[in-house]
Design a protein around this ligand. Sequence first.
Ligand SMILES: [Fe+2]
Ligand SMILES: [Fe+2]
Length: 207
Amino acid sequence: MINNETLNLVSGFKLREEYFDHHGKLHGIQHTYRVMTHCLVLGSILNFERETKLSLCGAFIHDMARRHDGSCYQHGQWASESKYPQFFSLFESIGITESDSEEIRFAVKWHSLPDEINLDHAFRKTAALLKDADVLDRIRLGEGDLKVERLRFPETVKLLEYSKSLYLKSTNSKPIIFQDYLSIASEILDGLNTPIKNLPLVHQPRP
Ligand SMILES: [Fe+2]
Ligand SMILES: [Fe+2]
């Protein structure tokens, strides 16, 4: 179930093609909305309240600075530099402050690098959450593409069926806004007997 308070909080997270330096089919709006949804679902299961909010912001911009749909280690760094400042005021609307910026930017940069982060790294939770959410949507590349050993949390493995359903349903029904994806995700999880109550764990904006 998704409550109205949550829907209102994330209502400003609207993607447009012109936000992307290269809007390709593989890493465009639909993929980004699904990764954002996965951040909220997985973060909720992991009880990562703060990191869920930070990873959601990271997911919003993570592929916006791509220059092509091919293999690229640098687009995370580019997005952290050029897209983060552009959308910081949006992130402030869900309670992000300057003190969170380094962590979000680190997660965005790291998502496109091949290296693993040390378990004791201060930003690991946020970065690993974004990376697992991104990997969950590799189902769009074909059945065999998503390798379970590439995931960082055991809880992510339980979401493979859900992520496949979200990909198929969102491809067929062509949802328009983020809230549509959240509604589809909620329905899928209810059907799989993995109900997520009050889905996103985002904070109220600070006064
Ligand atoms: Fe990426
Ligand atoms: Fe991505």
